[in-house]
Design a protein around this ligand. Structure first.
Ligand SMILES: [Cu+2]
Length: 159
């Protein structure tokens, strides 16, 4: 019983320590494509399917963004920078650069479709953004670890 408790404790701590946000921290170059589909406007990273994805960037890095339109007319505005010229589908892609801050998020947005074409560049390792993936893993990990600790205590008391 005690060793089972210890096993749970170790497994729980390992789960709790799992980063909730598997970061692709080294990436500094991104392709964002604007879409207009059935009245819905959104960005995708390259040919990805996630709409307005959060993009991890290294702190302080110069980020290169290649922007084009698959459908519709869009502009790209990053943080406080000026928006790009309007981009129509078929126009050549526009390259955009900005410097990632030391921490936090920098918003990217299409000023034409402010309501639904916005996402964030998230500086890897900073905690201003809620975890995107499996926020439950850490909670479960802590719970399992506590259960393990309780079993250890209980098995000591019964001796
Ligand atoms: Cu747009």
């Amino acid at each position: 019983m005690k060793s089972f408790g210890l096993l749970l404790l170790v497994a729980g701590l390992a789960l709790a320590a799992t980063p909730a946000h598997a970061a692709d921290a080294g990436k500094t170059s991104f392709v964002l494509k604007g879409h207009s589909d059935g009245g819905q406007n959104f960005w995708t990273e390259g040919d990805g399917t996630t709409r307005n994805p959060t993009l991890d960037v290294p702190a302080g890095a110069t980020i290169t963004l290649t922007v084009s339109s698959v459908a519709g007319t869009h502009e790209m505005k990053v943080g406080d920078k000026e928006a790009s010229a309007p981009l129509n589908e078929g126009d050549p892609a526009v390259t955009y650069t900005f410097t990632a801050p030391a921490s936090g998020n920098v918003q990217y947005i299409c000023p034409f479709h402010m309501g639904d074409m916005k996402g964030n560049f998230h500086v890897a390792g900073s905690s201003t953004e809620e975890p995107k993936k499996s926020p439950g893993t850490q909670v479960v990990g802590v719970f399992v670890a506590m259960l393990g600790a309780a079993l250890i205590v209980a098995s000591r008391r019964t001796k």
